[in-house]
Design a protein around this ligand. Structure first.
Ligand SMILES: CC(C)(COP(=O)(O)OP(=O)(O)OC[C@H]1O[C@@H](n2cnc3c(N)ncnc32)[C@H](O)[C@@H]1OP(=O)(O)O)[C@@H](O)C(=O)NCCC(=O)NCCS
Length: 298
């Protein structure tokens, strides 16, 4: 096996390798070239510091790094089916750790891994610590507990109150407050504003509590038929605020299904969605690695 930088490969080859690496994965994870390009762009994948392993001239596996400032994120590690179980995953990830350490100024790296995935061992052995459990929650918004005169489903005009103290509008207006409102419960990499602003297709709608210039909490979502996908939700540390926003959503979309990914266990929205009857259909561990470079970066 030899290792090359992922930047030496064209998009069609990287897409094919991704799909071979994630064949038979626990959840559907196959990309079209367009989706691969949008993932690389949206999640700030640094192909020059990402690794591809080759068997002769046949790509056999990869490990991808995303970079934001001095923070790194493992955006995917995969070994093509026919090469699995032969320590190649361990070799690729070890090589990638060496590259990141030698060639980048990263302070730390984070990643997420499905709780049932043995890949956890790979990260564990390379010094990553498990920091949080993240839930994929899904359920149905309640029906029939709405006050008279509720607005028609999903047709609120821009800026109109969705419920007392809650306004509806476009995501861009409130996304600038993401970092402040996530301070108590930091968003995972792919729910950070850099990622959310580049979502394809774009996130459609927002609800927020308080003034648009300084919201106390928000919920960003898209609608597909009678399904709502919550792309991001932040309520500072307040479960009451999360409940208020979800009540407003219920008033607009009673009986709709609702889902959110990577919500930290115990967060205000985790509590409020669980109280609504949502259940965890998948879970991931978030893991962190800290580079010991204090002397280089006082
Ligand atoms: C995870 C993955 C990269 C590991 O690559 P690999 O080359 O098969 O793994 P290795 O041979 O280096 O083994 C690493 C560890 O995983 C274990 N493992 C590998 N395949 C396994 C399987 N099918 N079931 C249970 N454990 C398994 C190995 O036993 C080893 O642990 P051990 O040292 O305690 O024995 C590979 O399975 C893969 O591509 N999976 C699909 C994509 C994926 O899950 N990526 C990670 C997303 S976070």
């Amino acid at each position: 096996m030899q290792f090359k930088r992922a930047s030496e490969f064209a998009l069609p080859d990287l897409t094919q390798l991704w799909n071979r690496g994630y064949a038979g994965f626990f959840v559907p994870s196959q990309f079209t070239e367009r989706q691969m390009a949008s993932f690389i762009w949206g999640s700030d994948i640094d192909l020059a510091h990402s690794v591809v392993a080759l068997d002769g001239d046949v790509p056999a596996g990869f490990s991808l790094l995303g970079v934001r400032g001095r923070r790194g994120w493992i955006g995917g590690v995969g070994v093509a089916d026919e090469y699995r179980g032969r320590r190649l995953g361990s070799a690729i990830f070890g090589e990638h750790m060496r590259m990141m350490c030698a060639e980048t100024e990263l302070a730390g790296i984070q990643l997420e891994v499905l709780v049932q995935n043995w890949a956890h061992k790979l990260y564990d052995r390379n010094g990553f610590a498990t920091t949080r459990r993240l839930s994929f929650l899904e359920g149905r918004l309640p029906e029939g507990r709405l006050p008279e005169g509720r607005p028609p489903e999903g047709t609120l005009p821009e800026g109109r109150a969705a419920a007392p103290g809650v306004s509806a509008g476009r995501p861009g207006a409130v996304l600038v407050h993401s970092e402040r409102l996530h301070a108590a419960w930091p968003a995972v990499w792919q729910r950070e504003p850099d990622d959310l602003r580049r979502c394809v297709p774009p996130i459609e709608r927002a609800l927020w509590a308080g003034p648009a210039q300084a919201p106390h909490g928000y919920l960003l979502y898209s609608q597909h038929g009678r399904e709502l996908w919550i792309a991001d939700a932040a309520a500072g540390g307040s479960a009451a605020l999360a409940t208020l926003l979800l009540d407003a959503l219920t008033q607009m979309y009673p009986g709709f299904t609702v889902a959110i990914g990577d919500e930290p266990e115990g967060s205000p929205f985790h509590q409020a969605l669980t109280a609504l009857g949502c259940h965890e259909s998948q879970a991931r561990w978030e893991m962190h690695y800290t580079f010991a470079r204090a002397q280089k970066h006082p």
